[in-house]
Structure formats: structure tokens, C-alpha cells
Design a protein around this ligand. Structure first.
Ligand SMILES: Nc1nc2c(ncn2[C@@H]2O[C@H](COP(=O)(O)OP(=O)(O)OP(=O)(O)O)[C@@H](O)[C@H]2O)c(=O)[nH]1
Ligand SMILES: [Mg+2]
Length: 355
């Protein structure tokens, strides 16, 4: 006689809540006092060259994230499949280093003995079609990731594909269960990734209704939460998790540009200055179709020559002086919002590695 599953999932929205632990700043990220006092943006702006500064991503691991990760690890023991959501504008910076450990595959993401790994490259509507294909090919063929799906959780693009793979895992899991004399159950799929990459939006699309809170800022989801999609699929929504240490300042800056970390951990003017310099180095800055340069020229009323000669600080200073009453932070926020809102065009901030 088939035996029901004895590990029922906690479908409650409150039972396993993660609290803020009091020491968080805006959006759950806090600046330390030393950095706060040393980061007067406008003065540091004029003083040194751009490269001498780094963004002050000082509180990388606030309490709620540490706690979220612990609870996530615990829940992952009961999971069959892990959907790792990345931001297609910055797919390397949002590839979480702990995924292999979460999968329980002996540190190897592609080892088939553990849980199934689905890579979701979300925000596909925000990047160019050609870049999109290059990234899929990179993760599939170079990184040997088995299931790589491009999605746009806003419009629903790619969602059926995610569902199809989850259902195929469900079938496999249940065939094994029935052979062992156990009752069939829904496939348990955890949706994980960095903050603000679109995990909850993806779940809402899969469920077909607004089951989870989703908003355009990092740190919206604070609780682990199981959601039933159908008799065949259960999904776990989880808070965005950052690695405990991040030595790569380039990646950290890109997370800030894309709004994938809390705004309290950096100066908008500095990150925006760096964004300008990074954009200028991209092949898409001057590509034939849909180049970034012409969009930026038009938006900020600057000439190509002027932009060529400017570094990031000068670019922000010009915007601050011309449209923001000399306020560098306002100018930085404006540029970041333009990028995040897609007003600077559709492009990835990272280029597929050549190797
Ligand atoms: N343009 C676009 N916007 C998206 C996409 N996916 C999600 N969003 C939007 O991005 C914002 C963040 O989405 P969430 O689903 O809250 O992100 P999350 O990963 O759950 O974030 P946390 O809970 O903070 O970790 C929301 O405003 C979504 O509507 C996408 O594919 N394209
Ligand atoms: Mg969320």
C-alpha cells in the first residue's frame, strides 16, 4: 500500500518568517559608520579620479540574509529541483557561487546525482536579442549547464518552458516513489537567486496569479514561502541571497547598477559614473543597430565627441549642473533610473567571456 509523504511542506506564510534583526538600513542593507562619514559624494567626486574610488558595498551580509540562507539551506533538503534566477543584464554577477552547494552535487552544478538545476536568465526584454543568444550558448555549451531558459517574467515569455521542465522532473520523481511503494506528490522546486532578479515575479507567472509580493527594489521577499502551482508542482519563493563575501568590486558595482542590491550600500553618483564608463567600453556602445551611444547622446543632450572625452565623474557633473541644480546624487539617481527603466536601450552590462 502506498505511503504518503511524511514531510509535509510548511505552506504557511508566517510560520518560517525571517525578521529584519534590527540592524538593517534601507532595503535591508546598511552602511557602516566609518564609510558613511567618509563618503560625501560631491566632494569625493571632484577630488580624485574615478578609478581611485570603489563603491562602498560595505554591508554585504546583513542579518536577514544570513538567516534567509540558513532557512533556505534547511528547506533545500526537501527539494527536488532548484531554479536559479539570474538577471540577464548581468548574468555573471548574478550567478550565485553557492548554487552547487545548495544542489548537494558535491560542488559540481552539472553532476546529475543531486537535485536538478534550471538556469533562468530573466529580464530578457531588457537586453538585445543577439546578446541573449550568446549568453544561452555560453551557459549551455561552455559552462555545460543542462537547462538554460530565457524568460521575461513581466510578459510571461519562457514561463511555459520552465513549467515543462519542472513537470518532467515531477514525472521522474514520482516514478521512483511509486516503485518504492510511496504515494506520488508534487515536485518540490525552489526558486533562488540574488535580490530583485525576478524570482517572485516568475513564481506569480507560473501560478497565474499574484501569490507573492513583487516590486522593483531588492529585499522585497523576506519569508520563505511554499506556493502550490498544481497537483504536480510546488514552488518555494525565497528572499534574495547575497554571498557572504564579495571580493569582485566590478560585480558588486554591476549589482548596484542593476538595482540588485540595496541602495543604502552605495552612492548613486559613483555607481552612475562607473556605469557611464562601463557602457562606453561595451561593443554595443557603437554597434550598428540600436547602439547605446546615440540613445545616451539624445537623452542627455551631449555630443559624441563630448562623451568620448568625458570620464564618468565629468558625465555626472554635467548632468548635475545642467538639470539637477548641482546635486550629484540626484544626477546619479537619474542616470541609474534611466538605465534600470530601459531608457538607455536594451543591452547587457557584461560580455560573454571568450574562453
Ligand atoms: N522588465 C522586466 N521586469 C521584471 C522582470 N521580472 C521581474 N521584473 C520586475 O522586477 C521587479 C522585481 O521583481 P521581484 O519578483 O520582486 O524580484 P525578486 O527576485 O523576487 O526580488 P527580492 O524578493 O527582493 O529578492 C518587479 O517590479 C518585477 O515586476 C522581467 O523579466 N522584465
Ligand atoms: Mg521576491
Amino acid at each position: 500500500m502506498p505511503v504518503p509523504d511524511n514531510e509535509a511542506l510548511p505552506f504557511s506564510t508566517t510560520g518560517n518568517g525571517i525578521d529584519g534583526e534590527g540592524r538593517m538600513g534601507v532595503n535591508g542593507f546598511e552602511k557602516n559608520a566609518e564609510e558613511r562619514t567618509s563618503s560625501s559624494s560631491s566632494s569625493s567626486f571632484r577630488a580624485g579620479s574615478f578609478n581611485a574610488k570603489s563603491v562602498r558595498l560595505v554591508q554585504w551580509y546583513p542579518g536577514h540574509i544570513a538567516r534567509a540562507e540558513r532557512l533556505l539551506r534547511d528547506q533545500l533538503k526537501n527539494v527536488d529541483c532548484v531554479v536559479e534566477v539570474r538577471d540577464l543584464r548581468i548574468p555573471l554577477a548574478t550567478s550565485h557561487p553557492d548554487v552547487a552547494a545548495w544542489l548537494g552535487n558535491g560542488g559540481n552544478k552539472n553532476n546529475s546525482s543531486g537535485k536538478l538545476h534550471i538556469t533562468v536568465l530573466n529580464r530578457s526584454d531588457m537586453v538585445d536579442e543577439r546578446e541573449r543568444s550568446k549568453w544561452v550558448s555560453y551557459f549551455k555549451h561552455k559552462m555545460k549547464e543542462r537547462h538554460v531558459i530565457v524568460t521575461d517574467a513581466k510578459s510571461g515569455r519562457g514561463i511555459e518552458h520552465v513549467k515543462k521542465i519542472a513537470l518532467s522532473v515531477a514525472k521522474e520523481v514520482n516514478e521512483k516513489r511509486i516503485q518504492k511503494g510511496l504515494l506520488a506528490r508534487p515536485v518540490r522546486t525552489a526558486v533562488v537567486g540574488y535580490p530583485n532578479v525576478g524570482k517572485s515575479a516568475l513564481i506569480n507567472r507560473l501560478v497565474g496569479k499574484k501569490a507573492c509580493a513583487s516590486a522593483p527594489r531588492p529585499g522585497v521577499t523576506r519569508d520563505l514561502r511554499w506556493v502550490r502551482v498544481s497537483e504536480e508542482i510546488d514552488l518555494l519563493d525565497s528572499p534574495g541571497v547575497l554571498p557572504p563575501r564579495m571580493s569582485d568590486q566590478d560585480a558588486a558595482n554591476r549589482l548596484a547598477m542593476a538595482n540588485d542590491i540595496g541602495e543604502a550600500s552605495y552612492e548613486a553618483s559613483e555607481v552612475a559614473a562607473r556605469l557611464f564608463e562601463e557602457m562606453k567600453l561595451l561593443p554595443s556602445w557603437r554597434r550598428e543597430k540600436g547602439n547605446i551611444e546615440s540613445v545616451v547622446m539624445k537623452r542627455y543632450k551631449m555630443s559624441a565627441k563630448e562623451m568620448e572625452e568625458m570620464n564618468g565623474d565629468m558625465f555626472i557633473e554635467k548632468i548635475a549642473m545642467s538639470t539637477c541644480g548641482g546635486d550629484f546624487e540626484r544626477a546619479g539617481t537619474k542616470v541609474l533610473n534611466d538605465f534600470r527603466g530601459g531608457f538607455l536601450g536594451k543591452f547587457c552590462l557584461e560580455v560573454t567571456p571568450a574562453r
